[in-house]
Design a protein around this ligand. Structure first.
Ligand code: PLP
Length: 395
């Protein structure tokens, strides 16, 4: 009989030639416990998912309660399922006014797929615009609006009629015209290297889209649910998009995503033909129960504000000549190292010494830090000391 490591090697499809391959036993709070007895501080939260830490008791309790009632009963949108309805109402309340009709999905890329289809249906236009270096997911539609050629190239041809503009460039927005159905952007680019654009750019983008009747889609799959210091990042830029897409931290560790818009825009998906966008598992009742508990904890414990304290603690502590810049906002930060060769050495040293750091898909000089929003101050401090030690050893 093979052990799990051998089974992983032989039977699980790999996404790279050298997966980290840590063998997980348990995960609780800010820690992941490994089969070999080691305990690791999680500074990446499953890539911005475990914002309440692992297995938050309120989330676990909500999951157990729902499991005792029902699991899947019907494809999305047909039955009234309490946990789904309660969460949709709470989410609409937490979102800016006008974003009040929720379409649930399972994942982020599906949320973006739905948003792109919705924009085409609502406007009757086909052209879609996005930004260089953006990341919106790996299914065909989301990849079509992802602004990195190296990831698109092997899968061409993708969707036609897609244009890319430079990010954070106000003048370039003039290319958005009356032929455009939608413009999709992350409020802060994540995988592209943690890039925060200016408030002026965000507002110019909103204005341009309104002028030409293009729908503005904010992909808050990574920035949402308090990670950048407000419940949704769009609040910090004074912009309300026409459609917002969500996933990752939404389900408190359970798979859940959504695209959310106004009733008027969302209603265009209902007919001509009816059922023109359906999903079997979108808004799974157990995920929705977990998501409602997650939203309540985020709100009651004021975790968006806690993200800003985490940012301050990291910026104060991580001062080292090898760090060129700390980019990002709240608990979504990137340490830009002066020497790209250091990235691997530092992350390896940290892992050997009990700290899990992240990487971005598109940059090799960036170390990503995205801890749980409720990480204890002393635990974070311990982890930051290890990063400093790594820099001292290898710089
Ligand atoms: N959009 C953004 C901004 C993301 O960061 C990601 C994932 O990292 C996605 C979309 C895709 O989400 P998923 O992996 O759930 O499909």
């Amino acid at each position: 009989m093979q052990n799990p490591k051998q089974q992983f090697t032989e039977h699980l499809a790999w996404t790279s030639d050298n997966p980290i391959g840590l063998e997980v036993d348990q995960a609780v709070g800010s820690y992941i416990y490994l089969k070999d007895g080691r305990r690791i501080i999680d500074l990446i939260s499953g890539i911005a998912v475990s914002s309440l830490g692992h297995r938050h008791p309120r989330v676990i309790e909500a999951i157990k309660r729902q499991v005792d009632k029902h699991l899947h009963v019907m494809v999305y949108g047909e039955f009234v399922q309490g946990s789904q309805a309660r969460y949709a109402a709470a989410l609409a309340k937490a979102l800016p006014d006008g974003l009040d009709s929720v379409y649930f999905t399972m994942t982020g890329t599906e949320a973006n797929e739905g948003a792109l289809k919705l924009a085409k249906k609502a406007t009757g236009r086909t052209r879609m615009m996005s930004f260089e270096n953006s990341y919106h997911g790996d299914s065909h539609g989301s990849l079509s609006v992802t602004g990195r050629q190296v990831y698109r190239e092997p899968f061409l041809p993708l969707l036609p009629d897609v244009g890319f503009l430079p990010f954070n460039d106000i003048e370039a927005l003039a290319a958005i015209d009356e032929s455009v159905a939608c413009v999709i952007t992350e409020p802060i680019q994540g995988e592209g290297g943690i890039i925060v654009p200016s408030v002026a750019w965000h507002q110019a983008l909103r204005k341009r889209c309104s002028e030409v009747g293009a729908l503005l889609i904010y992909d808050e799959i990574q920035t949402g649910f308090g990670r950048t210091g407000s419940m949704f990042a769009c609040e910090q830029f004074g912009v309300v998009p026409d459609i917002i897409t969500l996933a990752k931290a939404m389900g408190g560790g359970m798979p859940l995503g959504a695209f959310v818009s106004s009733h008027a825009i969302m209603a265009t998906l209902r007919d001509n033909p009816p059922l023109s966008h359906v999903t079997t598992f979108g808004g799974h009742p157990v995920s929705c129960a977990a998501a409602l508990a997650t939203l309540e904890v985020l709100t009651n414990e004021q975790l968006p504000a806690r993200a800003l304290q985490i940012e301050a603690q990291i910026r104060e502590t991580l001062v080292h000549p090898s760090i060129r810049e700390i980019r990002g906002r709240g608990a979504m930060l990137g340490l830009d190292l002066r020497d790209a060769n250091l990235t691997e050495k530092v992350t390896k040293f940290c892992l050997e010494n009990g700290v899990l750091l992240g990487w971005t898909l598109h940059s090799n000089s960036l170390i990503r830090v995205a801890p749980p929003l409720n990480i204890e101050e002393d635990v974070l401090n311990m982890a930051l000391r290890v990063i400093l030690m790594a820099l001292k050893q290898h710089a």
